[in-house]
Write a protein that binds this ligand. Structure first.
Ligand code: TYM
Length: 337
């Protein structure tokens, strides 16, 4: 069976982009794939983190997976640091990843910013750890948002390098799955910037736990332009805020872009926004409420994570042993007499 691996960083403020670009697609895919969904806490410490906030966010992301509809029995849900093989495989893969490949990664450039010399080795090696996450389970498919495409291309290159170097076909080359109409949800304050957990303005994003009033306020305050909505998809050209809101509506309603544009052709933003508020509240409201309920039951969430860690470790240890064997690591065993 084809296997999916994907993950979210527990860095706070899970938002509509994480939901529409990733988590919602996983819910649909779990029927047809063997699925492993990780909370990537080792990735979360590539930028400064507060320990208590990290623990809280880890439970919150687990709660989001379950509240969105991922079944913790048929899928494996766990946090990365509970499976030591992720870090071990990352080391092996890092030894065969040229610096030139890492230097091309746009996410590192964005996150390191002007302080490049001060950026940590972990931030630089982030994509190698991500490749290890995927290859450790021999995942064949990786559903993510558009922003992760470059990292996945790197993961494929690393898998190919390992296979060629050691003359093996151990790792399948993982396929990115960038699905739906909201593969890159933009900020509500600036249609040219990605909706992000780290944006200092909470008005730039709809969080998965926002209540109905907050969602309404954020949508009503979302930046627009002075023109009515266009009557064709081509009319969205050069209107990033209109395009973003239409794409969000299309994704939340499960309809296409064309159909959504046709429905609101010539409408004023004020009327369209009211419909968007109703839809966003209808979709996110129950998920946010269930997330809050689960976060309030940490023992239950921890039990899900512990069960997931046990199952993930069973696969990971077996595959890491294969890697070490191929690479030539001696695994001494004392014979019993
Ligand atoms: P993170 O936490 O930054 O993002 C989690 C997922 O949400 C998607 N996403 C978006 N999609 C659409 N519009 C947006 N504005 C938006 N913002 C975020 C991301 O594309 C991602 O799918 N590096 C990964 C975490 C990771 C991972 C992995 C993923 C670590 N190891 C292995 C897949 C496989 C990340 O971006 O996390």
């Amino acid at each position: 069976m084809n296997r999916i691996f994907s993950g979210v960083q527990p860095t706070g403020n899970l938002h509509l982009g994480n939901y529409l670009g990733a988590i919602r697609n996983w819910v649909a895919l779990q029927r047809d794939f063997d699925c492993i969904f990780c909370i990537v806490d080792l990735h979360a410490i590539t930028l400064p983190q507060d320990p208590a906030a990290l623990r809280g966010s880890t439970r919150e992301v687990a709660a989001a997976y379950v509240a969105a509809g991922i079944d913790p029995e048929s899928c494996i849900i766990f946090n990365q640091s509970t499976v030591p093989a992720h870090a071990e495989l990352a080391w092996v893969l890092g030894c065969m990843t040229p610096l030139g490949w890492l230097n091309r990664m746009t996410q590192f450039k964005e996150k390191a910013g002007k302080q490049r010399e001060m950026a940590g080795l972990g931030l630089y090696g982030y994509p190698v750890l991500m490749a290890a996450d995927i290859l450790l389970y021999k995942a064949t498919h990786v559903p993510v948002g558009e922003d992760q495409k470059q990292h996945l291309e790197l993961a494929r290159d690393i898998a190919g390098t390992f296979n060629r170097t050691y003359g093996t076909d151990l790792f399948p080359l993982p396929e990115p799955q960038i699905l739906g109409t909201a593969t890159r949800v933009m900020s509500l304050r600036d249609g040219t910037k990605k909706m992000s957990k780290s944006d200092s303005s909470d008005y730039s994003r709809i969080n998965m736990t926002d209540d109905a009033d907050t969602i309404a306020l954020k949508v009503r305050r979302a930046k627009t332009d002075p023109h009515p909505l266009p009557d064709s998809v081509a009319g969205l050209e050069g209107r990033p805020e209109a395009e973003n809101l239409i794409d969000i509506y299309a994704a939340l309603s499960g309809r296409g872009r064309e159909e959504t544009v046709a429905e609101f052709a010539g409408a004023q933003f004020s009327a369209f926004k009211e419909r968007l508020v109703d839809l966003a509240v209808a979709v996110l409201g129950p998920i946010g409420a269930e997330m809050k309920r689960l976060v309030g039951a940490p023992d239950h969430v921890d039990a899900i994570l512990a069960h997931g860690a046990q199952r993930a470790n069973a696969i990971a240890e077996k595959h890491l042993a294969e890697v070490y064997d191929i690479v030539g690591m001696l695994r001494p065993r004392v014979k019993s007499s």
